[in-house]
Ligand binder design. Structure first.
Ligand code: ADP
Length: 372
């Protein structure tokens, strides 16, 4: 038999638990995000106020029914897989999807799935938190369209200016006019920078809109690396660029874009190692294809920013970054090109020690390449 004091302690415990439940219920109910829980058969078990607004259905109408009634059919498979992962205690990363409102309207959602556990810790269901990102996506799209139009319009006059600059450089060089030649050469270099920036902006909008088509061909990656490195070595005598790896690595990919990836990574290596030093580009064959590493001994990347640096317009907030030219698009473009090839990109870095960027190009079987 229990004694009296344990009874009181039990009562107090259950009182606190009850109060905590009230608080939790109030938070769920007042959340701006839709919070819905489902069981492993995707049957809805709870449905908060924000879910009522988002999907246009009252809790009473949907509890006991399948979550699929508020989703587009194309997203079922992903949901089934994700619920199975949660059931097996595998974390599902945040993802985007589209929902259906009762009145036929669609909303873009960002979904976070997490396990619901019982007191023993066993997973008994899935909580789905959905954030409406329709407006944010529209804003983003408008911004992209503006950048696309602006950079497209800027391209033509800048190409013209470059052509005239070249003409003048030529003229002053033939006339042995050292002073004007030097001024014109500087002007020409600045025009190149402007053209590069416009190209980066244009590439970004194309990549975001999925409009960059790959021109697949067979080529030797080793000689592409040699070519790019030789050119970049000329731009920075303070750095020692070293190429390691096989002398010949046949790959099937977009030569121009992979060249851009190598250039971007090596020139970042140069930019972010102001003290100079070695930059090693090495390539290795792997089971599934090829891996390229670009290693520098530069400033490195602060902890926790490994993923952020691949986002659009992201630059590390550091004195060196503000002194270095750039807008934070290079790595975004680089990562998109690698992903478009079905490859992966990652970075291993330590602040003050250096960084190694690695990317892979997966093997493509010849008969899968249509444009050959
Ligand atoms: P940008 O160089 O134009 O700023 P990137 O997209 O190429 O843009 O790089 C994003 C940010 O990541 C840079 O601003 C810099 O802070 C950091 N970064 C990139 N490469 C390196 C590197 N090799 N070493 C240290 N930091 C780097």
């Amino acid at each position: 038999m229990k004694n009296k004091s344990t009874d009181i302690a039990d009562d107090m415990g259950s009182h606190h638990e009850q109060v905590a439940k009230y608080y939790l219920a109030a938070i769920v109910e007042s959340s701006q995000d839709s919070i819905v829980t489902i069981d492993f058969n995707r049957i809805i078990t709870t449905w908060n106020k924000a879910a009522e607004d988002l999907y246009g259905c009252k809790a009473g109408e949907v509890i006991g029914k399948s979550l699929e009634m508020v989703m587009l059919p194309r997203d079922f498979v992903a949901l089934v897989e994700n619920v199975a992962s949660i059931r097996n205690d595998v974390t599902v990363p945040i993802y985007e999807t589209v929902s259906l409102h009762k009145n036929g309207k669609q909303a873009d959602l960002q979904i976070a799935l997490s396990p619901v556990r019982d007191e023993t810790g066993a997973v008994i269901g899935v909580s789905t938190i959905a954030r409406d990102i329709t407006e944010a996506k529209l804003d983003e799209q408008l911004k992209d369209e503006f950048i696309a139009v602006a950079s497209h319009e800027l391209k033509t006059p800048v190409t013209g200016i470059k052509a005239y600059t070249e003409l003048l450089v030529d003229k002053f060089s033939h006339a042995d006019d050292e002073v004007n030649l030097s001024l014109m050469t500087k002007l020409s270099r600045q025009v190149d920078r402007l053209a590069e920036l416009i190209k980066a902006l244009l590439d970004t909008t194309k990549l975001t809109a999925g409009e960059m088509l790959l021109q697949i061909e067979r080529f030797d990656l080793a000689s592409l690396i040699e070519e790019q490195v030789e050119h970049l070595q000329g731009t920075s005598p303070r750095h020692q660029l070293v190429v390691e790896g096989n002398k010949s690595i046949p790959v099937i990919a977009d030569r121009k874009l992979i060249g851009q990836v190598i250039t971007n990574l090596v020139s970042n290596g140069i930019k972010y190692s102001p003290e100079g030093g070695q930059i090693v580009v090495s390539s290795t064959r792997t089971d599934g294809g090829v891996r390229v590493d670009v290693k520098d001994l530069g400033v490195g990347i602060p902890e926790g920013l490994d993923h952020k640096i691949f986002e659009r317009y992201f630059r590390v907030d550091a004195p060196l970054t503000s002194k270095t030219q750039g807008v934070g698009l290079g790595l975004y473009i680089t990562a998109q090109i690698v992903r478009q090839h079905g490859g992966k990109i990652s970075v291993d870095s330590e602040e003050g020690i250096g960084s190694t960027f690695s990317f892979t190009i997966p093997e493509i079987r010849i008969n899968e390449v249509t444009s050959e």
